[in-house]
Design a protein around this ligand. Structure first.
Ligand code: PLP
Length: 398
């Protein structure tokens, strides 16, 4: 297996399974996201091997490019969606309604009706009123909704607070004390609701699994109790959340983290007799994307040196939103260039518009290009047109 994702060949930065030369994609037409589909395929197969027999539903919020979706569908993935728009994209990319798990706290009546009409495989329910709404709409439409209960175990994981989802203070999932009420609704609406699963998602960018272990332990007795009452309950959905390394280029180290993660889940659920589902996003696609951006100005003030590039928080919001770290690699290596501490910032009218602050980089000049590494997940999918800047181009590499 390849250890790294980037390398310099003749001082020119190369990327991905096929070591493509990034300079060939650095064009005056503006910033570009490149996606290495071969890496996505091999990451999927690696995760599938770590979880034999489990069904992996790709959390398409991470990257919904149609070619990324088609690649994962062809490799055997289902899709985890959170909106009518994502259902549409998944279907357009070749997924069947039976391949789709539908999560999200704010499903509208229109979206639920569409999901029921299509026969979406599983709806992960996030609140009591949502379960009531699905039951009512199912009855009206004479459809039976296959539902999983997303439970919130009130367990913390080590991640940024904005991407933690398994605490009582978060809007996601349902408290364990609501289970009796949920059971009552499921029983009184048995004509329109079929309980098929219990689900859990503690948050994203998880690299330590003590919280996950604790959460699985808390949910197992609940699963057993429900399974005793609802023979249709067969699935345990352990969500997504496995993190990737943003500070280093070490795919082997990540495979080790995957093994530990898989062991925690498999060991904890071994005696449950449930069919395992997972909803990975970032781990499958994060390293497979790179964002190329061109230096427009180098602005020296009495306080800082700003390298102003043509992409920013409009194309990649993670640094601004989560203070996330992304490695910045010059496309052309210049061993003679002195190192300099700079802020790499974008064109957007916000001081949060930065890719890096006080980062030591080889001195950069107007016209040079930088690669923003590991931007395949939550990059373009969170991009926006603030300041009416264009969206970046996306180029999948097969
Ligand atoms: C319900 C659900 N499942 C799966 C995921 C995917 O998480 P990740 O990309 O960290 O694997 C998310 C992301 O936040 C989510 O909200």
């Amino acid at each position: 297996m390849r250890k790294t994702n980037f390398s310099y060949i003749d001082d020119s930065l190369c990327f991905g399974e096929k070591s493509i030369r990034l300079a060939d994609f650095a064009k005056a037409s503006g910033p570009v996201y490149l996606y290495d589909l071969a890496l996505i395929r091999s990451r999927f197969l690696e995760m599938q091997q770590a979880f034999p027999g489990a069904k992996l539903y790709y959390a398409m919020k991470a990257n919904s490019h149609p070619d990324v979706m088609r690649t994962l569908k062809a490799a055997g993935a289902g899709a985890d969606v959170v909106s009518g728009g994502e259902i549409c994209r998944a279907l357009e990319s070749g997924f069947e309604p039976g391949d789709i798990v539908y999560s999200g706290v704010g499903k509208t009546e229109k979206e639920i009706r569409e999901a029921l009409t299509l026969g979406i495989f599983q709806i992960n329910v996030e609140s009591v009123p949502e379960l009531e709404r699905i039951g009512r709409l199912g009855r009206e439409m004479k459809k039976k909704a296959r539902v999983a209960l997303r439970l919130n175990p009130d367990v913390s994981i080590q991640t940024h607070p904005y991407i933690a989802t398994g605490l009582a203070e978060n809007k996601f999932g349902m408290e364990l004390k609501e289970v009796p009420r949920l059971t009552e609704i499921l029983k009184t609406s048995s004509d329109s609701l079929e309980l098929v699963g219990v689900s859990l998602h503690l948050g994203s960018q998880m690299l330590e699994f003590g919280g996950l272990e604790e959460a699985l332990r808390l949910l197992k007795p609940v699963y057993r109790e429900l399974a005793a009452q609802f023979p249709t309950l067969k699935k345990f959905d352990a969500g997504g959340g496995l993190g990737i390394l943003y500070h280093e280029d070490d795919l082997v180290k990540e495979s080790e983290a995957l093994r530990v993660y898989a062991k925690v889940i498999r060991d904890e659920l071994a005696d449950l007799g449930a069919e395992l589902q997972l909803e990975p996003g970032r781990w499958l696609v994060g390293h497979a994307g790179v964002l190329l951006t061109q230096v427009q100005y180098v602005k020296q003030t009495s306080h800082r040196c700003f390298v102003i590039v043509d992409s920013g928080m409009n194309h990649l919001i993670r640094p601004a939103l989560y203070e996330a770290h992304h490695r910045l690699l010059p496309l052309q290596k210049n061993p003679q260039a002195p190192l300099k501490k700079v802020d790499v910032v974008g064109p957007i009218c916000e001081s949060a518009d930065f890719f890096a602050k006080e980062r030591e980089l080889p001195e950069l000049k107007e016209g040079e290009w930088l690669a923003v590494a590991d931007t395949g997940a939550y990059g373009f999918s969170m991009a926006n047109v603030y300041n009416l800047q264009d969206l970046p181009t996306e180029i999948p590499i097969s």
